[in-house]
Design a protein around this ligand. Structure first.
Ligand code: PHE
Length: 340
């Protein structure tokens, strides 16, 4: 009986709708029962076999059942939608009252912050910044700086040689030569970087340390310019009370040469344990660029003169921050570094 088959379809459709379904499964179900090739259509195709008087009755029944199933499917569809919307809301919930993730901000290493300070001071005076390689030719590190192969002063910088002609630079002065080779005066540069000397590690020595070099070459540059520049730098680094003094010294690449001391902050120059009774503490080496060095770089020493100085950044940082052991600067212990 067709009407029995129709009712059977309705019953089965409702039964299946009771079960859990996804939106896709629900659509499959609709196609299976109501689609063009679905069960209901298949039955309606048999209508022609019915006696004519029965057809309107069965037709009405079929329409009602179709409407029922359709309505049940769309009700179930709405339910599925509501459930998935609620689940989405739940999954994506955001508790704006939760404490945030805290990221620790890093800070500059004391050596870098001193370097930046020095760079600021010199950039302010119109200097530019130069660079050079850490693995350097003997020529730039020594020979062109008026230290020929057998020069005794080479011994004072215990050098790591890589080959006869190549070494780890012992001083940033090597960069001076590279600058003068490539630039005509006026020259005003500072250059910084790591330098290497075969020293045993202790509170004031390390085989790797950092230097900053300054070089000025122009017409009429005198020792007065050197002293004025040094005084300005020291006052900016250590405050207006900073006092320096120059002691005669010898570097092969400068003539005259000087070592520059700063008055001891601890005793104000009277002499104490910190300055070993001297009243002053040694800070850097300086001098007027040796005419031979200028000539080696193709600069006419009868027209141009210049000054240069080189200082150890570790020493500056230790003075500035009251650090008494150089090793602290290399150990990267956060408890130490976070103080700066
Ligand atoms: N290069 C010297 C050193 O390392 C320092 C220096 C630089 C001296 C420039 C004079 C001029 O000891």
């Amino acid at each position: 009986m067709i009407s029995n088959d129709l009712q059977d379809i309705e019953r089965r459709a409702k039964e299946e709708l009771e079960r859990d379904q996804s939106a896709a499964e629900l659509e499959n179900l609709r196609v299976r029962f109501l689609g063009k090739k679905g069960e209901l259509t298949a039955i309606l195709k048999q209508m022609s076999t019915l006696p004519p008087e029965e057809r309107p009755v069965v037709g009405q029944l079929a329409n009602r059942i179709r409407a029922n199933i359709e309505q049940a499917i769309s009700a179930r569809g709405a339910e599925i939608l509501a459930i998935s919307a609620a689940k989405k809301l739940y999954d994506e919930k955001l508790d704006v009252t939760l404490p945030g993730h805290h990221h620790d901000l890093g800070n500059l290493h004391p050596i870098n912050s001193v370097l930046h300070e020095v760079e600021e001071i010199f950039l302010g005076m119109g200097f530019s910044i130069a660079e050079g390689p850490e693995v350097e030719y003997d020529y730039y590190n020594f020979e062109a700086l008026n230290l020929p192969p057998d020069h005794p002063a080479r011994d004072t910088q215990d050098t790591f040689y890589i080959s006869d002609k190549v070494l780890l630079r012992t001083q940033t002065s090597a960069i001076q030569i590279r600058v003068m080779e490539n630039h005509k005066p006026p020259i005003r540069v500072i250059a910084s970087g790591r330098v290497y000397r075969s020293d045993a590690v202790d509170a004031t020595h390390s085989p790797i340390f950092n230097q900053v070099e300054a070089l000025v070459v122009d017409k009429g540059i005198t020792m007065g310019d050197l002293i004025g520049t040094l005084e300005l730098m020291m006052k900016r680094l250590y405050g207006e009370d900073a006092k320096i003094r120059l002691r005669p010294h010898h570097f092969p690449f400068t003539e005259p040469s000087a070592e520059v001391d700063i008055q001891c902050f601890n005793c104000g120059g009277k002499g104490c344990s910190m300055c070993k009774g001297e009243g002053y503490v040694e800070l850097l080496g300086a001098g007027m660029v040796h005419p031979k060095v200028l000539e080696t770089c193709g600069i006419d020493s009868t027209v141009y003169s210049g000054f240069a100085f080189g200082l150890g950044l570790e020493r500056i940082a230790m003075r500035k921050y009251g650090i008494n052991d150089m090793r602290l600067l290399y150990e990267n212990d956060l408890r130490f570094l976070e103080q700066f």
